[in-house]
Write a protein that binds this ligand. Structure first.
Ligand SMILES: NC(=O)c1ccc[n+]([C@@H]2O[C@H](COP(=O)([O-])OP(=O)(O)OC[C@H]3O[C@@H](n4cnc5c(N)ncnc54)[C@H](OP(=O)(O)O)[C@@H]3O)[C@@H](O)[C@H]2O)c1
Length: 417
């Protein structure tokens, strides 16, 4: 029998315990051994719970229990989780975690410490087996690009806004439905998606970067004019996590993105997640499913436990030896190239258009399309551009915003084609 200790018995922890029990026959058949949760760790012992295992508040009773084979970390957060996982690894426990924040900061340190199996399937896109797909199923490939809808809350908000509903109203509803936290910044600001993107990028490219190193923008400034523009020009707006190999540099970025309606990933609606991975051998592959929730996440956590019990031993981030030959580095944010959509609110005056076109041109930016939307008191000018560098568009935006005819900060969305 394989004995499990679960640290954190909340939404995911409870679902893991219940599903290990509910599906115990098929899990035993697949793992080859019986799997039993023998202890759980929580913060508050007085909380009412619908499970029947011994509980403690002292994580060392799990990480240092010689009877326990696998430690499952499900408390979330960075520092305490790092302390716990490190202690488990140093005590030779195999570890399973669903904690993307922990991995976004410490995956390379943990990889160094881990002499035992370490699995983290649930940390990206909940129930979708993207870690194993990327690390094991696609291991013959150079990964050319990853594009993912990896935050269900943002996708839900953007899907609802297409029905003409405004951002604030939909965000409030997402909070009421439990999709978004009381403080939703982590989701709508793109940080949660960035954590997941970093994990995927380290498997795809063995690249070590922290959230602070990469481009992260959220969906807070998207409004109905942008949604209308997207419709009119055949796009959808999605918050994407993008990892891309450009020569020997890796672009990592999270931001709202205009993508063509025909692309498969454009069709992903509501809270669902989807990830497209392009490999040089396989071509484009696509993974779709529920990115959160107790049961979908438990499905991934339990698959990790089974993997460990079976004795499979893929390296944590997928590399037996360092990837030095590729000499890959992180592309500086200001060098990233993209096409852009710009929304500029101006007073309706002669010469405005000419001035804006001049500023764009003097920053190496050429206009691809233009649309004018008259409002009651001002005019909205909508531009799309050809490809330019991040530093060029930012400089042009600053210059345009200084003009006296501009009446609000300029909004922009990157276009991915
Ligand atoms: N929920 C999802 O849909 C989902 C999806 C993918 C990944 N994840 C990840 O899974 C992990 C768990 O998420 P969750 O939604 O299950 O969280 P949760 O419902 O808030 O549960 C957290 C659990 O950890 C316990 N805990 C927190 N701090 C602790 C500490 N310092 N010492 C001991 N126990 C502590 C809590 O104890 P009490 O019960 O006593 O408060 C609770 O049982 C997170 O890393 C999250 O990012 C979650």
């Amino acid at each position: 029998m394989v004995k499990i200790g679960i640290i954190g018995v909340g939404t995911v922890g409870e679902a893991v315990i219940k599903n290990l029990e509910k599906n115990k026959e098929i899990i035993k058949a697949r793992a080859g051994k019986e799997i039993k949760v023998v202890k759980g760790v929580v913060k508050n012992l007085n909380k009412k719970r619908d499970i029947n295992i011994p509980l403690t508040t002292n994580y060392k009773e799990v990480t240092q229990d010689p009877e326990i084979d696998i430690v499952v970390e499900l408390i979330g957060g960075v520092d305490k989780a790092y302390e716990i996982v490190k202690d488990a690894l140093l005590n030779n426990k195999a570890v399973v975690t669903a904690n993307k924040a922990l991995l976004a900061y410490h995956r390379f340190e943990l990889q160094k410490i881990a002499k035992t199996p370490f699995e983290y399937e649930a940390s990206v896109a909940g129930g979708i087996p993207i870690i194993k797909a990327l690390r094991d199923g696609l291991s013959a490939n150079h990964i050319l690009e990853i594009k993912g809808i990896i935050n269900g809350t943002c996708n839900y908000i953007l899907t609802e806004m297409k029905k003409g509903r405004n951002y604030q109203e939909v965000l409030k509803e997402a909070q009421e439905k439990g999709y978004a936290e009381a403080n939703p910044t982590f989701d709508v600001g793109g940080f949660d998606a960035a954590h997941k993107l970093l994990i995927l990028a380290s498997i795809a490219y063995n690249i070590d970067a922290k959230p602070e190193d990469i481009l992260i923008e959220g969906i807070e400034n998207i409004n109905l004019t942008d949604i209308e523009f997207a419709k009119e020009f055949g796009y959808e707006i999605k918050l994407l996590g993008i990892a891309k190999k450009v020569k020997n540099q890796i672009e990592l970025r999270v931001h709202p993105t205009l993508i063509k309606k025909e692309e498969m990933i454009s069709k992903v609606e509501g809270v669902m997640n989807a990830i497209s991975v392009k490999g040089d051998v396989v071509g484009e592959t696509m993974y779709y499913g529920p990115g959160a929730g107790g049961n979908p996440t438990a499905s991934a956590v339990i698959s990790d436990i089974i993997e460990i019990v079976r004795g499979n031993n893929s390296p944590m981030l997928g590399y037996k030896i360092p990837l030095e030959i590729e000499n890959l580095s992180l592309k500086p944010i200001e060098e990233i190239e993209s096409k852009y959509y710009l929304r500029i609110a101006v007073n309706d005056k002669i010469g405005v258009l000419e001035k804006i076109a001049h500023i764009l041109a003097s920053n190496n930016i050429s206009i691809a399309s233009f649309l004018q939307k008259p409002k009651e008191k001002y005019v909205k000018l909508l531009f799309s551009t050809h490809k330019c560098k991040e530093k060029e568009i930012k400089k042009a935006i600053k210059e345009i915003e200084k003009q006296e005819f501009v009446i609000k900060p300029i909004n922009y969305i990157r276009i991915e084609e």
